[in-house]
Write a protein that binds this ligand. Structure first.
Ligand SMILES: C[S@@+](CC[C@H](N)C(=O)[O-])C[C@H]1O[C@@H](n2cnc3c(N)ncnc32)[C@H](O)[C@@H]1O
Length: 279
């Protein structure tokens, strides 16, 4: 069934983020040459995404991030030669991101990184006609509690992407074992309400918006241990368990186990060459 595409923008959620990030949030970290090497190697999440999309690390691909915050996710791609655009609704957070890009450029060995930052509600953003190879979001979508509103954002991600390109949505796992405690105690992160995503919900959302070949990767096994409090001894044990969880062996565990212990879901969908929803 085709969905109507009325555009709601500057929603309550977007406005809440603007207020939340006005004074602080995503402060610019110090950057050293060592960070530059880490950017070059990419994070594990990015390495997995590139493996599954078969996009190349050192190519001049074009990427767009919706809700880029301080720029932590676009900078590593840009260091690897990608042309990146970051959209965020908070002008203050974007000026912190701008500062971050400046610092990265100061330690850059090669050419300056190519990052364009724009302040806008993502639904109002006008993408270039050729579209992006990859449009992604990390930790933004789950804050839109209304499913119709989420649909519009996912649909917009596809609209910004070239046919045959990809959209990626990384959202916290709503079924991990510490989820309730994390919410009740406000552990790790902002106190802006979010939905509890399951892999089935993400697949449904991406397919409904017109994406195809949707894959959902469980990510950051035992990652919830990073925000768990406790005695010094418990924190040390948690750290060891967490590091063990980073050994990339998820295929050894049954999915039921992974569903309870992954901290994130990374969903990847392809934009069909013929866009069925636009017909
Ligand atoms: C939880 S933060 C995630 C930041 C970044 N993706 C990261 O993982 O570091 C959510 C970000 O989305 C931005 N945001 C929320 N609604 C938005 C909208 N409608 N359009 C653009 N940005 C939005 C907020 O300002 C905030 O910077």
């Amino acid at each position: 069934m085709k969905k109507k595409q009325s555009v709601i923008s500057d929603s309550v959620v977007t406005d809440t983020w603007r207020r939340e990030l006005k004074e602080s949030g995503y402060e610019t970290p110090k950057i050293s040459r060592w960070d530059y090497i880490k950017f070059k190697l990419l994070t594990r999440a990015w390495r997995r995404i590139l493996r599954h999309t078969r996009l190349r690390r050192c190519r001049s691909h074009r990427a767009l991030e919706f809700g880029c915050g301080g720029g932590a996710h676009i900078v590593p791609l840009a260091v690897n030669g990608w042309a990146c655009t970051g959209i965020d609704c908070s002008p203050e957070v974007l000026s912190r991101a701008q500062q971050y890009v400046k610092r990265v450029n100061e330690v850059c060995v090669g050419p300056k990184i190519d990052i364009t930052l724009k302040c806008a509600d993502f639904l109002n953003y006008k993408p270039p006609s050729e579209g992006f190879d990859l449009t992604f979001q990390f930790g933004v979508l789950e804050h839109f509690l209304d499913s119709e509103e989420r649909f519009q954002y996912v649909r917009k991600m596809l609209d910004c992407t070239r046919p045959g390109g990809f959209i990626v949505s990384a959202v916290p796992n709503g079924c991990h074992v510490l989820r309730r405690e994390q919410r009740e105690k406000g552990l790790g992160g902002y106190n802006i309400p979010e939905i509890d995503y399951t892999p089935e919900m993400i697949i449904h959302e991406m397919e409904q918006a017109g994406g195809c070949k949707v894959k959902v990767l469980p990510h950051d096994l035992f990652g919830y241990l990073k925000v768990k409090d406790g005695s010094a001894w418990q924190l040390r044990t948690n750290r060891i368990l967490y590091l063990l969880g980073q050994i990339p062996l998820p295929k050894l565990f049954p999915f039921r186990f992974v569903k309870r212990h992954a901290y994130w879901w990374i969903a990847i969908a392809k934009k069909p060459v013929i866009d069925n929803l636009a017909l």
